[in-house]
Design a protein around this ligand. Structure first.
Ligand code: C2O
Length: 521
């Protein structure tokens, strides 16, 4: 469990820096890597999700992820994108502004990346493969981590197991926060300190200050932390704890780290530091309050290019469901069934070869079906009969989109037991979060309340527990782009789909050809 390695790069002299990461697979299992949040314009070959944009890199093989960072800056990250391997294989990807372009706020004294993660006592590949075989829910993790360190929560009381951020009094630090946990949205706070949010998913936002924030797996957030000029203590605890509405799987873990002021004598123990007051684990209102604060800058320098007209309306139901247990098996899911997860009652089946190659060669037969439903096949209603997600179809289905289609996507959460948010992440695009609410999405009245002026631009948004979220994006990136719940357990159960975007008419609107070292299945 080493601290993740960071990558920093100025979007420097050339406005489009080229990056190339060569991966040599020295493991005994397949792997692939995703550069989470980078749009990979026309270049899905470097996007990374296994069996979507490439076949996995097999043991002993190499692959070069070769790409251009076009016009993006901010905090992103990279992670393995096959099964649950990202539990260990992840790191920050920090793109600094172009040289000479300042932040739209006073320059911080220092910048620090902090990645929240999860740690399991067991081998996570066995955890998930066993869960998939039995149809049960997988074991929850044994600890959360700060930059790979579990802190004093899991019999790790020695200070070398606790992440410590050393600070000076009266300075402003920028924390680049990244939630790389597998399966939990997290609350984060620092005792006696306020955090000012300035960026989300590598897009600047109008600054707002909070004592606690919420961050979903896949999301990144830059916050300014101004240290006290005369601190009341030499050290303060930082803590993360899960936001979850499903008490049955709540594992009651709070992980702590230390904010330590540069003082002559370090505190003898970090165990007794008062923790920040984080909301209760199921405090959905605290989450909704926090989420409602996000606004993009929408300034002359950083305009919000929100599609004002919509070509294509898509409505997805998103949630967990179950499958009947095959007659020759004993299933350990709810009522003897098997867990499944779905979008519009389709549970995604991983293909045997990569979708992007099939798309590039226009050879779809036996690989994918372009008939993913764009309206729910089973009407969903929170207030009517109990939500029914058991009619799950299984298939490798995609939604085809013409180049430059402007899409409005409404995602309605569903739930069969308890309720849970789903952090939906979209590859290849950012989207604008134009509206959200609780209960059933109302297609007549809700659109009238959309924010089409300064909505936040992100790559990952939580479909709220017992609610819905509406996003808009422009399909200006040809290729095949995965969209999925960033809880790995839900991804393993099929909570994903893909958009298949055509080439445009101009030469610079077409997919680039595949690299010669593209792995084979
Ligand atoms: Cu960060 Cu498809 O993932």
């Amino acid at each position: 469990m080493g601290a993740p390695h960071g990558l920093r790069r100025h979007a420097a002299a050339s406005a489009c820096p080229l990056l190339a990461f060569t991966v040599h697979n020295h493991m005994s299992r397949n792997v692939s890597f995703h550069w989470h949040g980078l749009r990979q314009l026309r270049n899905g070959w470097a996007d990374g999700p296994a069996y979507i944009t490439q076949c996995p890199i097999q043991p002993g093989q190499s692959y070069v992820y070769d790409f251009t960072v076009a016009g993006q800056r901010g905090t992103l990250w990279w992670h393995a994108h096959l099964s649950w391997l990202r539990v260990h294989l992840y790191g920050p990807l920090v793109i600094l502004p172009e040289l000479g372009v300042p932040y739209p706020f006073a320059a911080p004294y220092k910048e620090v990346s902090i990645m929240f993660g999860e740690w399991f006592k067991a081998d996570t590949e066995s955890v998930i493969s066993q869960a998939l075989q039995t149809g049960a829910g997988p074991n929850v993790s044994d600890a959360y981590t700060f930059n790979g360190l579990p802190g004093p929560t899991y019999n790790c009381s020695s200070s070398k197991d606790t992440y410590t951020l050393k600070v000076r009094p009266g300075r402003t630090y920028m924390l680049r926060l990244i939630n790389s946990a597998l399966n939990d949205e997290l609350f984060f706070g620092i005792a006696n300190h306020t955090l000012t949010v300035v960026e989300a998913d590598a897009n600047y936002v109008k600054p707002f200050s909070v004592s606690t924030l919420v961050i979903s797996p896949g999301q990144t957030m830059n916050v300014l932390l101004t240290t006290s000029a005369s601190p009341s203590s030499q050290a303060f605890a930082m803590a993360i704890a899960p936001y979850t509405n499903t008490q049955g799987t709540f594992d009651n873990t709070t992980a702590a780290a230390v904010l330590r002021y540069n003082a002559p004598t370090p505190p003898s123990s970090t165990q007794n530091l008062p923790l920040p007051a984080l909301p209760r684990y199921s405090d959905t209102n605290a989450v909704a309050r926090f989420t409602s604060n996000f606004r993009s800058l929408a300034s002359a320098q950083y305009p919000a290019r929100v599609p004002q007209a919509v070509d294509r309306h898509v409505l997805f139901t998103v949630g967990l469901g179950t499958d009947p247990c095959p007659s020759n098996q004993t299933c350990q899911g709810p009522n003897g069934t098997k867990f499944a997860a779905s979008i519009n009652n389709n549970s995604f089946v991983r293909p045997r070869s990569a979708l992007l190659e099939a798309h590039y060669q226009r050879r779809y037969a036996g690989v994918l079906m372009a008939n993913f439903p764009t309206t729910p096949p089973h009407p969903f209603n929170y207030t009517g009969t109990p939500p029914n997600n058991t009619f799950v179809a299984h298939g490798t289905r995609v939604v085809p989109l013409k180049f430059n289609t402007s899409v409005e996507l409404v995602m309605q959460g569903t739930a069969i037991q308890g309720a849970e948010s789903h952090p939906l992440h979209m590859h290849g695009f950012n989207f604008f979060v134009v509206g959200q609410g609780f209960g059933n999405y109302d297609p007549i009245n809700d659109p009238a309340k959309y924010n089409l002026v300064d909505p936040v631009e992100r790559n990952t948004v939580s479909v709220p527990t017992a609610g819905w979220v509406a996003v808009r994006f422009l399909a200006d990136n040809p290729g095949v782009w995965l969209m999925h719940c960033h809880f790995d357990v839900h991804l393993s159960w099929g909570l994903s789909m893909a958009w298949m975007v055509d080439d445009g008419p101009l030469p610079n609107q077409k997919m680039l050809p595949p690299p010669s070292d593209l792995p084979k299945c």
